[in-house]
Design a protein around this ligand. Sequence first.
Ligand code: C5P
Length: 232
Amino acid sequence: MVALDKPDAESALRLADALQGTGCWMKVGMELFYAAGIPVVQGLKSRGFNVFLDLKMHDIPNTVRGGARSITRLGVDMFNVHAAGGIAMMSAALQGVKDALEAGDAASEPIVIAVTQLTSTSQAMLNEEIGIAGTIENAVVNYARLAKRAGLHGVVASPLEVQAIKTACGTDFVTVTPGIRPRGADAGDQSRITTPKDAVRVGTDYLVIGRPITGAPDPVAAFESILEEMSE
Ligand code: C5P
C-alpha cells in the first residue's frame, strides 16, 4: 500500500497514474482527504485501485457508527478506527457498515481494522506519556484481542508485533504495517521500523509505505526496488 500523503489531488493522482498496473493499494490519509476529499477517492477507484481510507476514527460509538456508514458509501476497500476507543466503539463501526449495506447504499463490504499503537510510539512514550504500563508488544496484542472480540478483521501495527498478533488472534487476522523502511532509508518520525524483507518474513499481510516512495526522486523506481527487497 502506497501512503499517498500528498497535499492535493493533482500530485496524488499523478503518482497514482505512474503506479497504475502495479497492483498496489492506495492509502488515503488525513493530509490528502482533508484537502481533496471524496473526489480523490473516486479518482483512485475509477483508476482501478483498491483504497484504504486511513482516517483513524476515535469518537463516541454513535458518531463512529455514522462515520462508518458514510465511509462505506464511498466504496472504499478498507478503513480504520482506534482500538483505544474500546469494544463498543469498534462494534459501532461494524454496525455503520451494516447500515450502509442494508440500505443498499454500498456495493461492497470494506475491511475494518483497528489502530493499535502508532508506529511512531516508542516504549518510553507508551509508558511515560500515554500512561500504559508494560511492553509495546503487550499493549499492541491487548488491543488486537479487543479488536478481534469486537469482530474487526484486523489491526494496524508495526511488523515487529505481527508474529505476536498472529499467535494471539489467528493467522487470518489481518495485519497492516506501516513503519517500513527499505535498506538505507531515513526513519523520519517512525520508531518501530523494519525492512520490507523482514516485514514479509514475519507474515505481514499489507505493507504500508509512504515517504520512501513519495519522497524519492523517482517514486516508480523506489517502488520497484521495494518489491525486489520484498521478493528476497
Ligand atoms: O511515510 P511513512 O512510510 O512513514 O508513512 C506511513 C503511513 O502510515 C503514514 O501515512 C501514517 O499516517 C500511517 N500510519 C502509521 N502508523 C500507524 C497507522 C498509520 O505510520 N499506526
